[in-house]
Structure formats: structure tokens, C-alpha cells
Design a protein around this ligand. Structure first.
Ligand code: PHE
Length: 457
């Protein structure tokens, strides 16, 4: 058994695993999405609901994913197959592998944008612009250029593959231990710069002032969806990382650290964006365009704005990279476990496949009309993938995990795995309750909401 484990890979240390898993969780979802979603949904009121879901649903599901992974030491497909042989449950794992791979296909495109914008900012592209309308034009031209969008996503996939191919401890863990501290320091420096700008206070007020009048059912659903996405749950990522844990690791405390870091970084990201925007007179309600359109329009108004701007895009690229690594690891683990391929062959094929899928995403932001507004759906290819995989499939994946652990594999078996080698799971009763009742109901609510209203998170 140990022989096989070693050849699959294993984390070198607890802290290494926490860095890697936090790296997976901390991504564009934290630094790009969380701040604008909070700004649009009632500030601190939204943050409180978000934290509530992180604790009552995110934490229990994260523990479940890690446990399934470690109990089986397999990729999601192999994990469900092993715990429930000859049943259809393996397709729940298969859905995880598929979801993870397709999330990567669009994620790598946006991640590529962050590298592109890092260089554009450094090159001084935003130095002489007059305002938002011009930065919007720059963005449209950029996203409609297939050489940039496809090329940058290729570069991002290649970087990701170069790290994943080195394996768990000497690739993913080693690089996460370098990237995560750099990311944290960069973030802190940017927060300090932003909150000390004159007029920053108004931004903080906008970002965090609780406005309960803006809290609707939609807000609550948004908070839950954002919590699941931000913690990398439902797509098989945490399950795969859990499969490289050793039996002595305390998964409950590790999960606690991961959610703590993830939430902290998300909240801090808002402390960079909003104070700077308010201080420089930018419009905070830019939604998804906040990072690529609104933000660049204020760089030239700031002393040292070019460095500030480039650092933000560097921060985004780093955060995205530790996430794409974890996403690529999902299909790689699948090919290694299920097909018996070497890591090298698995990484090559998984990244080529995902890259091919990312091409229509990259062409759907203005480069090709057909992909930009798909016949019948009337939305772009990238948006369609986001709706199917980052909404339905991800949430459904979480539902299946809760049902599987709560009723099929069983709480008892899971607790036994969690308590291996003398670890004590003090809150197992509360955990069981959250997994069996609270999580499935919350997921039914969120799925019902997106089906009925057609709104996505
Ligand atoms: N957590 C990542 C982010 O915040 C996204 C992600 C979702 C990664 C699901 C893996 C699985 O950017």
C-alpha cells in the first residue's frame, strides 16, 4: 500500500499541504470576484452571510472532500468507485473530474488576461488615457484579439503544466510554498498603499458598511455560491488534494486553516480595490469589469500608479496560478490512477485537452462573433461554460458529496477515517448534522433558485 502511495505522490508536510490547498482556494474568486460582489450586495451585511455559509457549509464539505480523497487515495472518479463499487456513484466522481477540467478551460483564459494586463500596465498603456471609456475600449480591443486571448491562455496552461508535471511534493507543494508567501506580502503592501491614500475612507465605508436593505434571497444565494466556488469545492479539487494526505494529518484543523486564509484574503482584496477607487474617483459598481476596466482608469491618477497597477495584476496572476495547478491536477490524477499513465504523459494530455477546450472560450469575448453570441443561447461560449460548470455542476457536485458522505458511505466510516492515528474529531455530531441535513437543503435551495429565476451567482 505504502509503495503505491509514494508513487502517486504525497505531501511533504502539513504546512506544505495547507499552502497548496489555500493556493487552490485563493484565486480570481477572492481577488477579482469577492470584492465586487460584496460591493454590489450590501457590503458587510453580505460578508456576514458569506462567513456564516463558509462555516456551516464550506467547512463540513471541505472536511468531507478531504476525507473521501484520503480514505481512497484516488482521483474523484476512482474514489467513489472504490468506496461504492459497482454502483453509479462513480459518475459523481466522474462529474467532478469533468467539472474541474472545464473550470480550468475558462479559468485559464481569464488568468491569461491577468498576465496580459500585467505587461500592458508596466508598458504604460494606461498612462495617457482620459478615463473609463478609454480603458473600456482598450479592454474590448484586447479581448477581441485572438492572438492575445488564445496565446496568453496557452502560456498560462504551459506554466501550470510545468509545475504539475514535477509531482506533488517537488512540484505543487514546492511552488506553493514560494508563491503563497509572496502573494501574501504583495497583498499586504497593496492594502497599506490603498488605505493610506487620501479619501480612502469612503471606499472602506462603501465596501463594508452593512446595508441590510440590499439583502434579498438573491444575495443569500450569491453568498452561498461564492462560498462554495471560493473554497474550490464541488469540482473534485479538494478531494484530489486530500488523496495525497497522510493518515496522521488532522484534516479538520487543516480545513480550518484553509477556510481562514481564503476568507481573510478575500476580505483584504476589497481593502485594495475600493479605497483606491474612491480615492481616485472611480465608479465602484463596475461588476465583472471592475478589474480590467475601472481599475486601469485610475492608475495614471495615482503617484506610482503604474507600479500599483502592475502589482495588482501580478497578485492576480499568482493567485490564479496556484488555482490552475490544483484544477489541472484533477484530470492528471484521473489519468494516472485510472489509465495507469505516467505523470508526464497524463500532464501532457490533460493540458492539451483542456487547452483545446479553452480555445472557444478565448474566442468568445469578441474575437469571433459565433462564439461571442452562440446561436440559440445568445450568450458567449465562456459564459455558457461558467453557467453550466461553475454554477450547476459545481453546486450539484457539492450536493452529491453531502448525500454520499451522509447516507451512502456513511458518517461512521467517514469519522473513522478522520480519526485515524489518534486524531480526535470533537465536533463530529454537529458535522454529521450539517452534512446530512443542512448542506443538502441549502443546495436544493440554491439549485431551485437558479433554475426558477435564471439568475446565476
Ligand atoms: N477557488 C477558486 C477561486 O476562488 C476557484 C475554484 C473553484 C477552483 C472550484 C477549483 C474548484 O478562484
Amino acid at each position: 500500500m505504502n509503495e503505491i502511495d509514494k508513487s502517486r505522490g504525497i505531501w511533504g508536510s502539513k504546512i506544505g499541504f495547507i499552502f497548496a490547498a489555500s493556493g487552490s482556494a485563493i484565486g480570481l474568486g477572492n481577488i477579482w470576484r469577492f470584492p465586487y460582489v460584496t460591493g454590489q450586495n450590501g457590503g458587510a451585511a453580505f460578508v456576514l452571510i458569506y462567513i456564516f455559509f463558509i462555516v456551516i457549509i464550506g467547512l463540513p464539505i471541505m472536511v468531507s472532500e478531504l476525507t473521501i480523497g484520503r480514505a481512497t487515495r484516488k482521483n474523484p472518479y476512482g474514489a467513489f468507485k472504490k468506496l461504492s463499487p459497482n454502483t453509479r456513484w462513480r459518475f459523481a466522481g466522474g462529474l467532478g473530474v469533468l467539472t474541474g477540467s472545464l473550470l480550468l478551460s475558462f479559468y485559464s483564459v481569464i488568468a491569461g488576461f491577468t498576465i496580459g494586463y500585467f505587461f500592458k500596465t508596466l508598458r504604460g498603456d494606461f498612462v495617457e488615457i482620459s478615463g473609463v471609456s478609454q480603458s473600456a475600449e482598450i479592454f474590448s480591443a484586447f479581448s477581441a484579439n485572438p492572438v492575445y486571448t488564445v496565446g496568453l491562455s496557452l502560456i498560462f496552461m504551459a506554466l501550470t503544466a510545468l509545475i504539475v508535471v514535477r509531482g506533488i511534493s517537488s512540484g505543487i507543494e514546492k511552488w506553493s510554498k514560494i508563491f503563497m508567501p509572496v502573494l501574501f506580502i504583495l497583498l499586504i503592501v497593496l492594502v497599506i498603499r490603498s488605505v493610506t491614500l487620501e479619501g480612502a475612507g469612503k471606499g472602506l465605508e462603501f465596501y463594508l458598511k452593512p446595508d441590510f436593505t440590499q439583502v434579498t434571497v438573491g444575495t443569500v444565494i450569491m453568498a452561498l455560491g461564492q462560498a462554495l466556488f471560493s473554497l474550490s469545492l464541488g469540482g473534485g479539487g479538494m478531494m484530489t488534494y486530500g488523496s495525497y494526505l497522510s493518515k496522521k494529518d488532522n484534516m479538520v484543523s487543516s480545513a480550518g486553516y484553509i477556510i481562514l486564509f481564503d476568507t481573510l484574503i478575500a476580505i483584504l482584496a476589497g481593502f485594495i480595490i475600493f479605497p483606491a477607487l474612491f480615492a481616485m474617483g472611480g465608479d465602484p459598481s463596475g461588476g465583472p469589469g471592475l478589474i480590467f476596466v475601472t481599475l486601469p482608469s485610475i492608475f495614471m491618477k495615482m503617484t506610482g500608479g503604474m507600479i500599483f497597477g502592475a502589482s495588482i495584476f501580478l497578485l492576480l496572476s499568482l493567485a490564479a496560478l496556484t488555482t490552475t495547478i490544483s484544477l489541472l491536477e484533477i484530470p492528471v490524477a484521473y489519468f494516472v490512477d485510472e489509465k495507469g499513465w505516467t505523470r508526464k504523459k497524463a500532464t501532457l494530455w490533460a493540458s492539451v485537452l483542456v487547452f483545446v477546450l479553452s480555445i472557444p472560450c478565448a474566442l468568445s469575448l469578441g474575437a469571433y462573433e459565433w462564439f461571442t453570441s452562440l446561436p440559440f443561447f445568445k450568450i458567449g461560449f465562456l459564459d455558457l461554460i461558467v453557467i453550466i460548470f461553475a454554477n450547476y455542476s459545481l453546486v450539484f457536485g457539492v450536493f452529491l458529496i453531502a448525500i454520499f458522505v451522509g447516507y451512502k458511505w456513511g458518517i461512521k466510516s467517514a469519522v473513522q477515517e478522520i480519526e485515524e492515528e489518534g486524531n480526535v474529531f470533537a465536533n463530529k455530531r454537529i458535522w454529521a448534522f450539517l452534512i446530512r441535513y443542512v448542506s443538502p437543503l441549502a443546495i436544493i435551495a440554491i439549485l431551485g433558485y437558479i433554475i426558477i429565476t435564471g439568475n446565476y451567482f
